[in-house]
Design a protein around this ligand. Structure first.
Ligand SMILES: Cc1ncc(COP(=O)(O)O)c(C=O)c1O
Length: 390
């Protein structure tokens, strides 16, 4: 039987790179002595009062269909958060709730791109972008961020990616995997190109609550950008709620109306009790967020100090998020060989960062989403492994 061509277009994503991760995950589930640093799911529990609110909401009967755009309480909480973090004057009417940031990204791609259009994406990029952009038949045009420059955005690379077919620029800042949070000059550069060529900008920021040093900047608050920016976020990382699937898009009214039409036939609203739980997180769990951010920051600093002291490894200090990029070429191994050899010798699984683009060659992505003692043990094993190699 024949399937649609869409099924081919959504295949992308460097599948074999994940094999090792799945192997490690299965071994861990069997109780073997492995440490999985190849995935980015928060190791914290969802805050207790979020769970309580969901349970209460279910008992109170919020178990029926909901409005497609989302509960007003949640949309207001999302708008208030965005106003506070970005300075952009948005209200709840400019918010649509989605099933995680991923669903919002996919909906943006379907609402903004046509067959033959091009969308620029900063690379290394989160693994689902390729399939997401290709789904409507558009072409992904990568802007290769140079590892030598710490994966920062360079003016010429961005300008040379623009063609008459370009419709949008998609980026995640803070980035997974690089941990780079775009600075005001980089954001202004993207804004300048978008204004000049009349492009949409899809700015996704699921790690924005975990920016460790400077303040995080939103592109939507730059002059004349509100009309062309879609800001995407979620509760997955900030409140350790990846499994609840609460995300959103904040966009100009016409885009929200289009996303609503799409959501009507694709999703038909998020569960009401989940939305109540999401509102609870945003309105009442700032302390949990601060606590988790502080733990991630300490882990980041610990990992950076440890890896900097290991001959043959060159870590990049992430400005944000829960991952560290480490150059491992000093081991004398290619990244796929490094990840395999490390896992076989020590049981520590890390991800070959070429999963996020070939320009991440030489790097592995190491998550700090495991408990501190486990992370320290992983560092000891990696150190011993490297001592045997250099
Ligand atoms: C950059 C980036 N975007 C989107 C997602 C998906 O987030 P969500 O759980 O909100 O769909 C992830 C998850 O790891 C991510 O790293």
């Amino acid at each position: 039987m024949k399937f649609s061509s869409l099924t081919d277009r959504v295949k992308g994503g460097a599948a074999d790179v994940w094999d090792l991760h799945y192997l490690a995950k299965q071994a861990k589930e069997r109780g073997e002595d492995v440490i999985v640093l190849s995935v980015g799911d928060p190791d914290f529990d969802t805050p207790e009062r979020v769970i309580d609110r969901a349970a209460r909401a279910m008992h109170d009967g919020d178990t029926h269909y909901t409005s497609i755009l989302g509960h007003q309480e949640l949309r207001e909480a999302i708008a208030a958060r965005h106003r506070m973090l970005s300075g952009q004057a948005v209200d709840a009417e400019q918010v649509i709730t989605t099933s995680g940031a991923q669903n919002a990204l996919f909906a943006c791609s379907l609402c903004l791109l046509d067959v033959g259009d091009e969308a620029i994406v900063l690379q290394p990029m989160y693994v689902t972008y390729e399939a997401t952009i290709q789904a409507p038949g558009a072409t992904l045009v990568p802007v290769l961020l140079d590892a030598e420059q710490g994966f920062r955005l360079d003016r010429d690379s961005l300008l040379s990616a623009v063609t008459e077919r370009t419709r949008a620029i998609f980026f995640a800042s803070p980035s997974n995997p690089t941990g780079v949070a775009l600075n005001p000059e980089e954001l202004e550069l993207i804004a300048e190109v978008a204004r000049q060529h009349d492009l949409w900008v899809v700015a996704e920021s699921v790690y924005e609550d975990f920016v460790y040093d400077d303040d995080f900047q939103h592109i939507s608050s730059l002059p004349d950008m509100a009309e062309r920016v879609i800001s995407i976020g979620s509760l997955s990382k900030s409140y350790a709620m990846s499994g609840w699937r609460v995300g959103w898009a904040i966009a100009p009214p016409q885009m929200i109306a289009n996303m609503e039409k799409l959501a009507l036939c694709m999703l038909y609203g998020l569960p009401g009790f989940i939305q109540q739980a999401g509102a609870e997180a945003l309105n009442h769990c700032k302390d949990d967020l601060q606590r988790m951010r502080e733990v991630y920051r300490q882990r980041r600093d610990m990992l950076y100090a440890e890896f900097s002291a290991i001959a043959g490894l060159e870590p990049l200090l992430p400005e944000a998020g829960m991952f560290m990029m480490v150059n491992v070429l000093g081991s004398g191994l290619s990244t796929p060989d490094f990840t395999r050899a490390l896992y076989q010798a020590t049981g520590v699984s890390v991800l070959d960062a070429t999963a996020f683009g070939a320009n991440a060659e030489g790097y592995v992505r190491i998550s700090f989403t495991v408990a501190d003692e486990e992370l320290q043990e992983a560092c000891r094993r990696i150190k011993t492994f490297m001592e045997g190699r250099v």
